[in-house]
Design a binder for this molecule. Structure first.
Ligand SMILES: Cc1cc2nc3c(=O)[nH]c(=O)nc-3n(C[C@H](O)[C@H](O)[C@H](O)COP(=O)(O)O)c2cc1C
Length: 189
């Protein structure tokens, strides 16, 4: 089964990534979610745990585990998808900051990285963000470009996270289709 580790960062579009996780799960991918501290202000780990059917990782210093999570998760991934990717995580990745579980995992990773940035249009067009994105692109990171459309700051512009189906299609284009899952019709038991 193809393994997708999804890094969820603290953008308002984090709620859309619930659907990305569910769709990938339904299509037969093994999905494991890492959340930043800011992401947990928008969506709870419990939501992702339920949708992915897996433990959600939030803490670099997990005292309940002797196996460092950032190494386990990095070794576990066929693809690391970061969605939504904040301006902050893009900047950290561009310079190699590793101050939480997700960014430390990024440095320990051999698998490819795909980012789906999402932010206010002025942030998206900021020269620093553009420079950081170019740096990631030059190192092979794939990017699902944001749409132009309604933004949560109540204006229209570039920076809107694409629909979940678009992000899932980008993952499947890269990894190939999932194995699918069979679900019983009607009630369990
Ligand atoms: C209501 C609200 C919405 C936000 N939405 C975004 C966003 O869509 N994109 C973004 O880059 N930052 C956004 N931020 C700012 C990030 O949460 C902030 O930069 C944070 O430090 C990101 O941390 P992380 O990258 O570790 O998740 C938002 C902040 C608030 C308070």
């Amino acid at each position: 089964m193809k393994r997708v580790v999804i890094g969820v960062t603290g953008g308002i579009a984090a709620y859309k990534v619930c659907d990305v996780v569910s769709l990938l799960y339904q299509r037969g991918f093994d999905v494991t979610v890492i959340m930043t501290r800011a992401a947990q202000k928008f969506v709870t780990p419990f939501t992702f745990q339920t949708l992915s059917h897996r433990k959600v990782y939030t803490d670099l210093f997990d005292e309940g585990s002797y196996d460092p999570s950032h190494i386990y998760l990095a070794d576990h991934a066929d693809l690391l998808l970061i969605a939504p990717a904040t301006a902050d995580v893009i900047a950290k990745m561009a310079v190699g900051i590793a101050d939480d579980l997700l960014t430390t995992c990024v440095l320990a990773l051999k698998a490819p990285v795909m980012i789906a940035p999402s932010m206010n249009d002025n942030m998206w067009n900021h020269p620093t963000v553009r420079t950081n994105l170019a740096a990631l692109g030059s190192r092979g990171a794939m990017c699902v470009a944001p749409d132009v459309g309604y933004l949560a700051c109540d204006r229209v512009g570039a920076g809107r996270l694409p629909a979940p189906e678009v992000i899932v299609a980008a993952v499947e284009k890269f990894l190939g289709p999932g194995e699918g899952r069979k679900f019983a019709e009607g009630q369990k038991g």
